[in-house]
Design a protein around this ligand. Structure first.
Ligand SMILES: *[C@@H]1O[C@H](CO)[C@@H](O)[C@H](O)[C@H]1NC(C)=O
Ligand SMILES: *[C@@H]1O[C@H](CO)[C@@H](O)[C@H](O)[C@H]1NC(C)=O
Ligand SMILES: *[C@@H]1O[C@H](CO)[C@@H](O)[C@H](O)[C@H]1NC(C)=O
Ligand SMILES: *[C@@H]1O[C@H](CO)[C@@H](O)[C@H](O)[C@H]1NC(C)=O
Length: 260
């Protein structure tokens, strides 16, 4: 009986639209998103790994990189940072039911980086923190990166910060993923807008961008300081399509909302 019902529910999951699950891997800001019916060996799984955070001066030199942990503001890896994770909860986001997971870490004493993730369980339209609207399909994965109560280098021993770069690895099955396809037709839809204490601010020219570093493909998000003394909240809100891609070709990739 047990085997039969387990088999049946697996079959039903496979035939119903994909049920997407998210799992935490370790404590350093790494999660995996996959089709529950296929498990973690899902060939179309996506992993998201927090890679680095740099405070930069106006000439793009890293600042806050030296000294004691009390003096540091930049980290070239999150492997040495400790994230705490929320439980996975069902929430309503923009009128749509979604599974929610968040994780955050203090970067030394500089501030808190928080990642909020949602897996949508319904089709519909969402409104992001920058008031952009976006069609989502059940199974789509959205994340937001927030910098909270940040104490910018002003100055640190090596200079004053004017912006922060956050590098995030998004890996699908392609060895060389692009924003249009992380592998398996999974694409990333990026906004150029950041919500900074309630105001929409454009990311500096050329950002978000995709770079290759040590053989990894990273998405780099640039947060301008913008507000004298720093804002309380910087909130950036992209979306990864996982629900439709196996079937659909009408989904668009990076910047598609911006370029039409
Ligand atoms: C939620 O749905 C209600 C009723 O349909 C609508 O008035 C409201 O604008 C929706 N809110 C969002 C955030 O889409
Ligand atoms: C959601 O949209 C997808 C793609 O358009 C479709 O295949 C699916 O049936 C829709 N699900 C519901 C519950 O309407
Ligand atoms: C988004 O729209 C709401 C309602 O119109 C408004 O109150 C809010 O200030 C807007 N947010 C941004 C970042 O423009
Ligand atoms: C950094 O900012 C401080 C005060 O805001 C200023 O006195 C100093 O000259 C700045 N340093 C550099 C390298 O720009």
């Amino acid at each position: 009986m047990f085997f039969r019902s387990a088999f049946l529910s697996t079959l039903m999951a496979a035939f119903a639209s994909a049920e997407i699950e998210v799992d935490v891997l370790g404590q350093s800001g790494k999660i995996m998103i996959y089709d529950a019916a296929l498990g973690k060996s899902d060939p179309d799984r996506v992993t998201m790994t927090m890679d680095y955070l740099y405070e930069l001066d106006e000439n793009d030199n890293v600042v806050g990189k030296a000294g004691s942990p009390l003096q540091k503001h930049s980290t070239e890896t999150f492997a040495n940072q400790q994230f705490s994770y929320s439980d996975i909860q069902e929430v309503v986001f923009s009128n749509l039911t979604a599974d929610y997971l968040s994780f955050d870490a203090d970067v030394y004493k500089a501030g808190t980086i928080k990642v909020e993730t949602y897996i949508f369980k319904e089709n519909g339209t969402i409104t992001t923190s920058t008031n952009e609207t976006l069609e989502v399909v059940e199974g789509d994965f959205k994340f937001a990166i927030q910098l909270i109560d940040w104490n910018w280098c002003n100055p640190c021993a090596d200079g004053n910060a004017t912006h922060i770069d956050v590098g995030v690895e998004l890996k699908g099955k392609d060895d060389q993923p692009t924003e249009d396809d992380l592998g398996g037709g999974i694409s990333v839809i990026m906004s150029e807008l950041i919500n900074i204490d309630g105001e929409n601010v454009a990311m500096p020219d050329g950002y978000p961008k995709v770079v290759t570093k040590n053989g990894k493909t990273l998405f780099v998000f640039r947060f301008p300081k913008e507000v004298e003394g720093g804002a309380a909240l910087y909130d950036y809100d992209p979306l990864i399509t996982t629900g439709g891609p196996r079937a659909q070709e009408d989904r668009c990739g990076l910047f598609c909302r911006v370029c039409g």
